[in-house]
Design a protein around this ligand. Structure first.
Ligand code: SME
Length: 169
């Protein structure tokens, strides 16, 4: 049986994220290596969500007080983001999801790819500690809604359950 993951048409955002999250579970639930799992998670989002030009992770390096580039899909990106910079830094600092409809209007936004017009960043938190962020960029303005936020929150919950974070740091 082929294990190829197909892009599908869905009627609602909830259906789409149910599919994405089921595929994520299938990819990571039996694999112990956290790097492999984050790499596949980024590839899955990039494949299945429409209108993205970047999807991936920045991981918290506490000694440096900065986020450092992790597994991703898209153009090469900036390697380090201090916590007081960018949408990623803001999400890591506050522990809150950031949905930015127009990146040009976000003070301090870091433009890794000039094509990015909107962005969503979810903090990856465990017991009050920031492990990193999940960052998605789109070439379309207003690409990300609160429904994307909800679907991706479930995605992050699945990551928390199956990714062996401690092996990454
Ligand atoms: N735009 C992000 C930087 C990371 S890239 O989008 C991949 C930010 O402002 O934090």
């Amino acid at each position: 049986m082929s294990k190829e993951i197909l892009k599908i048409e869905t009627e609602t955002s909830e259906q789409l994220y149910n599919y994405v999250n089921a595929k994520l579970l299938g990819l990571i639930c039996e694999e112990p290596d956290p790097l492999a799992n984050l790499a596949n998670a980024a590839a899955l989002l990039y494949l299945l969500l429409d209108d993205l030009n970047w999807a991936g992770f920045y991981l918290m390096r506490e000694k440096e007080n900065a986020l450092v580039l992790g597994p991703f899909q898209g153009k090469p990106a900036c390697t380090r983001i201090p916590l007081d910079k960018g949408v990623c830094g803001a999400a890591a600092r506050t522990g809150e999801i950031h949905i930015v409809p127009d990146v040009e209007l976000f003070p301090g936004h870091i433009a890794c790819d000039g094509a990015s017009a909107s962005e969503i960043v979810l903090p990856l938190m465990r017991e009050g500690r920031v492990l990193g962020v999940l960052d998605l960029d789109s070439p379309l303005r207003k690409r990300f809604s609160s429904e994307d936020g909800e679907g991706l929150l479930k995605f992050v919950e699945t990551l928390h359950k199956y990714v062996a974070w401690d092996d990454l740091f």
